[in-house]
Every structure is written in structure tokens, then in C-alpha cells.
Design a protein around this ligand. Structure first.
Ligand code: 3PG
Length: 209
């Protein structure tokens, strides 16, 4: 499967932080029902690996691991079934471990120097994180002039009011964000609410009828 093509087709990547892996199955169901069979499950909690496994085992979702900081976490993510690995910054060790496993690495890069470093590691798509405080859509447009072949997945500070600013940039492959998966809704078990937020988010990515 071409993971980048699948991400570009999804247009939106829900960034998920789960405290309890038992929430992974109903959350996956909620995202799929809302029209978004994709998730970036972050290694910010001990539940990450089991949550990735629960989502990936469905077989109908594109599941990535997020906030991956070490090669060991790459191993854990891949063992759980993650199809790609996202990092907040650029780590040679993480990128190389991803390559050993044959999974796509999507590291963060927000400056020209960081993007050049990613290119030197053989990458052409980077996460642009944290997007909002790194110059936002205007910065991506400016960077895409010298880096014509680079595609960006901006994440951080993006929501319903500005997602279209990013998706309108040709160099943007997809946009990440947590707004369709609020922690309080996960905690309270409001998965129907998450489906509604997800469907609203998906509608924002479609051209007006
Ligand atoms: C991430 O890990 O990519 C961000 O925490 C998601 O950013 P957001 O919560 O501002 O959408």
C-alpha cells in the first residue's frame, strides 16, 4: 500500500491520545462511522501500543504511530501494526529504524534547514509541526517555493476555522489535528459525538456542492 497516497486521499489525520486502550475499539468505530478510517495514535501514553493494535487489527483503517521519539518506540509501533511513524522532530535514528522496518517515517520539519536534513535522509514528505506557531499556512507556501518536491502534513493548532487555509496549498498532502477527538468525549464515552465531529471535519475537506 502507498501510505502517502492513502494519507493524501484521507486529507485529514485525527491525532489520538488514549489513556486507556479499551477506548481504542469504540474510537476506531466512531472514526470509521464519521468517514475517516485513519488515526495517528500517539506514544504519549502507555496505552499507545495496545491501542494501535486494536485499531490496526480491524484491517480497514490506516493506523500510524505518533510522537515517536526513539528507535525502540519504532519497534513497538511496528510490532503493534502501525503503517507509518510520525515524530515531532527529525531524528536520524528514528528514520533509519523506520527504513529497516520498511515503514514510512513522517518526521517534523519546519525550517529550511530541517527540510534539507530530511531530504538528505531520503524523505520527501514531512510533518509541519507545530504548524500554528511555526508560521502556519503562509510559512508552508513560502517553503514550498524552494522545496518544490516536498509535501507537508501540517499539524498543531489546526481546527475547523483554519483547516481549509492549509488544505488549499498544493504542497499540503494532508492535515493532522486532534479537534475531532476531544479527550473529554473519549473519557465520557461520547463516541457518537466523535462521529459527528469527524463527519463535520470530513465535510470541510469536500468542495462546496
Ligand atoms: C500533534 O501531536 O500532532 C498535536 O498535538 C496535534 O495538535 P492539535 O492538538 O493542536 O490538533
Amino acid at each position: 500500500m502507498d501510505i502517502l497516497a492513502a494519507l493524501a486521499e484521507a486529507r485529514l489525520v485525527p491525532v489520538v491520545v488514549l489513556d486507556d486502550a479499551k477506548d481504542a475499539a469504540p474510537l476506531a468505530e466512531a472514526l470509521v462511522a464519521g468517514g475517516l478510517p485513519v488515526a495517528e495514535v500517539t506514544f504519549r501514553t502507555a496505552a499507545a501500543q495496545d491501542s494501535i493494535r486494536a485499531m490496526a487489527d480491524r484491517g480497514d483503517m490506516l493506523v500510524g504511530a505518533g510522537t515517536v521519539l526513539t528507535p525502540e518506540q519504532v519497534d513497538q509501533a511496528v510490532a503493534a501494526g502501525a503503517s507509518y511513524v510520525v515524530s515531532p522532530g527529525l531524528s536520524r535514528a528514528v528514520v533509519e529504524r523506520c527504513r529497516e522496518h520498511g515503514v514510512l517515517a513522517l518526521p517534523g520539519a519546519v525550517t529550511a534547514t530541517e527540510i534539507q536534513a530530511a531530504l538528505e535522509l531520503g524523505l520527501t514528505t514531512v510533518k509541519f509541526f507545530p504548524a500554528g506557531t511555526s508560521g502556519g499556512a503562509a510559512a508552508i507556501s513560502a517553503l514550498s517555493a524552494p522545496f518544490g518536491g516536498v509535501r507537508f502534513v501540517p499539524t498543531g493548532g489546526i481546527g475547523p476555522t483554519n483547516v481549509q487555509d492549509y488544505l488549499g496549498i498544493p504542497a499540503v498532502a494532508a492535515v493532522g489535528g486532534s479537534w475531532m477527538v476531544p479527550k473529554d468525549r473519549v473519557r465520557s464515552g461520547d463516541f457518537a459525538g466523535i462521529t459527528a465531529l469527524t463527519a463535520e471535519a470530513v465535510a470541510l475537506t469536500r468542495p462546496a456542492a
